[in-house]
Design a protein around this ligand. Structure first.
Ligand SMILES: *Cc1c(COP(=O)(O)O)cnc(C)c1O
Length: 355
């Protein structure tokens, strides 16, 4: 695929690496790919980062026909540029597309474009421990018709953002509110897709939980509101008596790359790891029986996020004495070690980008 390149004439100064935060600064260039029914995906180009000119009738602005991905590029010890299982993100983006009636794209070509953009912007990859270059591919519907129907035109865009360490001083267990009323996703819905609207719909519960002093919500299933699904925009694991349990995948759970990697790591270590329905009552009973050893969320942004406290219907439990669990820490160290090229990569997960 030919990708045309227009370089910026006004490169930005690099931000202070100690003040990056998450997703607040963007690099000098972005990738854009257009879709129409006659030409398919065409006009692949890298252009200076900047505002998009959009018609106010654009479909995405009204009915939210949009999907996205989140991944990271890291600097290896010898200065290599490393991606983590990027083909998984591209495959998932196409699955999200299918659910949202967006035409599929060629995953190889998209990955080629992503690599070219990351290589061009390599000086933006921060090097301090815990930092990375966050990669945000997304697709938006651009037809200018107010009828409710799939758009016939789209834009596939990739933007890049250097991000700071999620934890300034090591892993930090957080307090989580088990959301009793609002749900994130239902059977037959769009929860397994990284569809923009899923996140808009989750904000109210998140805001309420934060007002109650919690970091995030734990979502229950949308039908009985009894079974654990996810924590915020992360998958979730519970260690009950030495067995690691995560909800099994279905329409309502996002199939995280981190979740899958953790399952593979645990199994390779001989630790029992099961995917099954897990009732929130079972979690509280395990705690009462002294068997709830640790719990954590997992996703690309935080990698692993220990849960130190859970509140559900006026009941509050502390997990692991509010400290990071042993396995939680080991998973974090191993995953980040593999991702940054500081540990061997027995599963062949890491993909090098030619500078
Ligand atoms: C992105 C996301 C995850 C985590 O997926 P990763 O591939 O591990 O980053 C989990 N849950 C939700 C709802 C998500 O959007």
């Amino acid at each position: 695929m030919e990708i045309t390149l227009v370089k910026t004439t006004t490169p930005k100064p690099k931000p202070d690496p100690s003040k990056l935060g998450f997703g607040r600064v963007f690099t000098d260039h972005m990738f854009i790919w257009d879709y129409n029914p006659q030409q398919g995906w065409h006009n692949a180009r890298i252009v200076p980062y900047g505002p998009l000119e959009m018609d106010p009738a654009s479909a995405v602005l009204h009915y939210g026909q949009a999907v996205f991905e989140g991944m990271k590029a890291y600097r290896g010890p010898a200065g290599e540029i490393l991606l983590f299982r990027p083909e998984q993100n591209m495959a998932r983006l196409n699955r999200s597309n299918e659910r949202m009636s967006i035409p599929p794209f060629d995953e190889e070509l998209a990955l080629q474009a992503l690599k070219k953009l990351v290589a061009l912007e390599q000086d933006w990859i921060p090097t301090a421990p815990g930092t990375a270059l966050y990669i945000r591919p997304f697709i938006i519907a651009t037809d200018t018709v107010l009828g409710v129907r799939p758009s016939t035109t789209y834009k596939f865009i990739i933007i890049l953002s250097p991000v700071g360490a999620y934890y300034e001083e090591g892993l930090n267990p957080v307090s989580i509110y088990v959301e009793p009323h609002y749900v994130r996703a239902v059977r037959g819905g769009t929860g397994f897709a990284k569809a923009a609207g899923n996140y808009a719909g989750s904000l109210l519960a998140q805001k309420n939980a934060q007002a109650k002093g919690h970091a995030q919500v734990l979502w229950l299933d949308g039908i009985e509101r009894k079974y654990v699904e996810e924590v915020g925009a992360m998958n979730v694991f519970f260690n009950i008596d030495g067995e690691l349990i995560t909800p099994d995948l279905g329409d309502s759970i996002l199939p995280g790359v981190t979740r899958d990697s953790i399952l593979q790591l645990l199994r390779s270590w001989g630790i029992p790891a099961v995917e099954r329905r897990l009732g929130v009552e079972e979690v509280f009973q395990a705690h009462a029986a002294g068997k709830l050893v640790e719990a954590f969320g997992c996703g690309t942004a935080a990698v692993v996020s220990p849960i130190g406290r859970l509140e559900y219907q006026e009941r509050v439990i502390e997990i692991g004495g509010g400290k990071t669990g042993e396995l939680t820490q080991k998973l974090y160290d191993t995953l980040t070690g593999i991702q940054t090229g500081r540990l061997p990569d027995p599963f062949g997960w890491v993909v090098k980008v030619e500078p």
